[in-house]
Design a protein around this ligand. Structure first.
Ligand SMILES: *Cc1c(COP(=O)(O)O)cnc(C)c1O
Length: 355
């Protein structure tokens, strides 16, 4: 997509840059933020003029609806710097569409394209020194919206704040990931908010995830809430299974978030002649494939890690270890997708847009 400049905006630059205090070689994911933030408030039924200013805390009323009823949504995306010092976004239009779907589901106002995409372009451009060159260096972009209207009456707010904050990040490596298949807890249910990037989906996951971690598993593979027989997502990522030489991933639904990484991997796999099937995989099928040796790989797909290989899974107290492969489809797809993002390979899909 072509990215327009945002003309109607107030910019107050930070008086000092923090960039020299940052150790870019040793960044923990999501802890360091750049010099600026974008704020755009919604009140009296319309979006106000956005402002970019120094990153800093702000005041909101203790009765603001976000604190009591969790009206909050977000997005996660990344910017990449190529060898010519140009900065690129990956499929930002997809994040805009999804953000506004989340907004509708949470009874929040939609954010117009010029504020979301134009605002992104403007703030990333201002903080472009924070995007470092070289494979593995990225700027993680976190657009979000919260209900800031005051009053504890349980109804949607009339005032909102849309913001964009930016966090330099190294490519995310989570170590060896073992997962446990959910037999009781659910991430999402039909008719619920599982397809929205709503803050509450995450807080609802923390407790089951903590229990899993106490048992030695880093993530949970979520199953459908009604029967717990279909495999749906891995933690906060979409999930793929490779049985023989075909990769499988569930169709998106009210329970499965429509991940940009997921759909990009599907398109890439098709282009590369890798067999890919979009259909639900049953827990029983997975266990059978693990037992007869046809299960080759399981991997999560999401913006933060791109592809997150899983080394084994537990189901009904039995642990199934995956084989160690020479030629992993997961790592091959990750490499190909990453090269498109960093402009090291031709972007035949038109996924990248220059800031
Ligand atoms: C954000 C998210 C994903 C991954 O989406 P990407 O667009 O690929 O980053 C998958 N599942 C859930 C539940 C998510 O919140």
């Amino acid at each position: 997509m072509t990215i327009k400049h945002l003309s109607e905006i107030d910019i107050v630059k930070a008086s000092n840059s923090k960039i020299n205090e940052v150790d870019f070689e040793n960044l923990a994911f999501g802890n360091v933020f750049t010099d600026h933030m974008l704020i755009c408030d919604y009140k009296d039924g319309k979006w106000q003029k956005p402002i970019i200013k120094a990153y800093e805390p702000f005041l909101i009323d203790p009765s603001a609806k976000v604190f009591h009823y969790g009206q909050a949504i977000f997005e996660g995306m990344k910017a990449y710097k190529d060898e010519n010092n140009d900065v690129w976004l990956f499929r930002p239009d997809e994040n805009l569409v999804r953000f506004n779907k989340s907004a509708v589901r949470m009874a929040m106002p939609e954010v117009p394209e010029d504020i979301f995409i134009g605002g992104l372009k403007t703030i990333v451009d201002i903080d472009r020194e924070w995007v470092k060159k070289g494979l593995g260096n990225t700027l993680y972009i976190r657009p979000f919206m919260i209900a800031i209207g005051s009053g504890v009456i349980a109804q949607p707010s009339t005032q909102y704040r849309f913001m964009i904050i930016l966090s330099p990040a190294r490519s995310y490596y989570s170590g060896e990931v073992k997962v446990i298949i959910a037999e009781h807890f659910s991430r999402a249910a039909n008719g619920g908010i599982g397809a929205a990037k709503a803050a509450g989906n995450y807080s609802a996951q923390f407790y089951p995830q903590k229990l899993a971690q106490e048992q030695g598993f880093q993530q949970i593979i979520w199953t459908d809430d009604a029967t717990h027989t279909k495999l749906e997502e891995a933690g906060t990522m979409n999930v793929f299974f490779r049985i023989n030489d075909t990769i499988y991933t569930a169709p998106t639904s009210e329970r499965i978030l429509d991940g940009v990484t997921r759909k990009s991997l599907i398109d890439l796999a098709k282009r590369e002649g890798i067999k890919v099937e979009v259909r639900s995989v049953l827990v029983d099928e997975l266990v059978a494939a693990a037992k007869d040796g046809t299960l080759k790989e399981i991997f999560g797909a999401g913006t933060a890690a791109v592809v997150n290989p899983i080394v084994g899974f537990s189901y009904k107290d039995v642990y199934y270890e995956l084989p160690k492969l020479e030629n992993s489809i997961a790592l091959d797809l990750k490499d190909k997708l990453t090269k498109i993002q960093y402009k090291l390979a031709e972007d035949t899909f038109g996924w990248t847009s220059k800031i």
